[in-house]
Every structure is written in structure tokens, then in C-alpha cells.
Design a protein around this ligand. Structure first.
Ligand SMILES: O=C(O)c1cccc(C(=O)CC[C@H]2O[C@@H](n3cnc4c(=O)[nH]cnc43)[C@H](O)[C@@H]2O)c1
Length: 231
């Protein structure tokens, strides 16, 4: 499970019984639960999250114990009114919202420039089971490199991505690393703030972290029973 920062990682860890054990890798430190889930504070933003996740994936592959699944998780901004504060969102699409080119006629995604990808799709059955187990809403989770801070930008993002429920800063990077290893990816987010005008007083980070702990408590049986063939 890849979070951005240690406080998110620790919120996930609380869902697992027993202490975690540190496993130091060059450039990343895993916290391994007694159930052998690896938790990683992978860093803020898509680039560092991709680099750290790739380190963990490569290390596991070289050890002969490749991961079956990578989960990108943490807090996020939610698009009102569909993803209120404290709610959970599971991504059926993980989309890079600002990877492309600005033109006089608007934004062009990198795919229209002839490169790469802007979307990764988690296994549909796993998304459905996650939503059922945790109560998460299902939709697109956007990955941005700049946190949205105005109503105009929020509206522009929703116009381009009408199914977007949330934005965060790591999911697409984590998904790119997972895709490079042929490993399925899931993104589950707890909403700490509304996407839109900056209002620090309205953030509910504590409630979002508590929602993450609860969600992973309910998600564990789903992950235990899920097989990578259920794609
Ligand atoms: O300073 C601000 O206005 C501001 C607003 C929201 C979030 C931040 C952060 O620095 C947190 C980034 C961190 O948390 C995730 N996150 C949480 N809310 C959002 C959001 O509305 N848009 C994008 N990312 C968000 C993100 O994944 C990072 O890990 C600052």
C-alpha cells in the first residue's frame, strides 16, 4: 500500500493487528505488517510516488516475491457534492489530469500528442468488492501536480472529467510504476477537503485519516480473497 506521507501510512497500519517491521531499501523504507502487507510512505506527488513504488516493486521482484497488487491510498480533495468530507472514493479510473499541453484551444492530453497514457483502470471486480465492503463511492480519481485552489479550476476539471469524484497527487504515478511491472493497481482515497477555493480551516484531515483506518479494516478480507486472475 503506497501512501504519500507517514501519517497516512500509519493510519493504514492501524487497521492491521500487531506492530510493523521496517524493511530498508535503497531509496525507500517499507513497513511490513505481521500479515506481510508492505506499507510505503512513497512521497508527495506523482514523480516521487512512482519512483518509490518502482523501488518497492523491483525489490520484491528480485527477491522472488513479486506483489499481486499495489494500492495507492491517502487523503484527497473531493468534488462537491458527490464526494463529501470524510467519504471514501475508490477509483475505477486513475487519470492524470494535467499531463499534456496547453494550447490556444484548450488542454491537450499527452495521448493526443502521441505519447504514453493518461488513465489506468483497476480490476473492475476488485473495485466493486472494495466499494461494497467499505461504502466507497466509485468514479474517476484525478492525479494532479498542482492542488486545485479555485472554483474555476475545479469546474474546468469536472468539465473535462465529468466522472471525477476526487483529486490527489500520487495515484497515476503509483499506477505507472505498477503497470511497468504488470501489477494491478487500486486507488482508494478518504476525502479531507473539497476541491475548489483554498480554505484551510475547512480541512478535516483527522476525520479522513480515521476513515482510512476503518476502510482498510473492511478491505483486508477483500484483499485476502481477491486473486490476481479476477481482472
Ligand atoms: O495548501 C493547500 O491549499 C492545500 C490544499 C489541499 C491539500 C494540500 C496538500 O499539501 C496535501 C497534498 C497531499 O494530500 C493529498 N491531497 C489532499 N487534498 C488534496 C487536494 O484537494 N488536491 C490534491 N491533493 C490532495 C495529495 O495526494 C497529497 O499527498 C494543500
Amino acid at each position: 500500500m503506497a501512501t504519500a506521507v507517514p501519517v497516512e501510512r500509519d493510519a493504514v497500519a492501524q487497521a492491521f493487528a500487531g506492530p510493523t517491521r521496517e524493511v530498508r531499501l535503497p531509496g525507500a523504507t517499507l513497513h511490513r505488517t505481521p500479515q506481510t502487507y508492505d506499507l510505503l510512505a512513497a512521497g508527495v506527488g506523482p514523480a516521487l510516488a512512482a519512483a518509490s513504488t518502482a523501488t518497492a516493486l523491483t525489490s520484491a521482484a528480485l527477491a522472488g516475491t513479486p506483489y499481486d497488487l499495489v494500492v495507492s491510498t491517502g487523503i484527497a480533495g473531493g468534488f462537491a457534492p458527490d464526494a463529501p468530507l470524510g467519504s471514501l472514493v475508490v477509483a475505477d479510473e486513475i487519470t492524470a489530469a494535467d499531463l499534456g499541453a496547453e494550447t490556444a484551444d484548450g488542454f491537450l492530453p499527452v495521448t493526443e500528442l502521441g505519447f504514453g497514457a493518461i488513465t489506468h483502470r483497476p480490476p473492475p471486480a476488485l473495485v466493486r468488492q472494495t466499494a461494497t465492503a467499505t461504502g466507497a463511492r466509485t468514479g474517476t480519481v484525478l492525479t494532479v501536480s498542482t492542488v486545485t485552489g479555485t472554483a474555476a479550476r475545479a469546474a474546468a476539471l469536472r468539465e473535462r472529467h465529468p466522472r471525477a469524484l476526487a483529486e490527489a497527487m500520487e495515484g497515476f504515478g503509483v499506477a505507472e510504476a505498477a503497470a511497468a511491472h504488470g501489477t494491478p493497481v487500486l486507488e482508494i482515497r478518504a476525502v479531507s477537503n473539497a476541491v475548489g477555493p483554498r480554505d484551510r480551516a475547512a480541512w478535516r484531515i483527522g476525520a479522513a485519516l480515521a476513515a482510512l483506518t476503518t476502510a482498510f479494516g473492511k478491505l483486508t478480507p477483500v484483499l485476502e480473497s481477491w486473486t490476481p486472475h479476477d481482472r
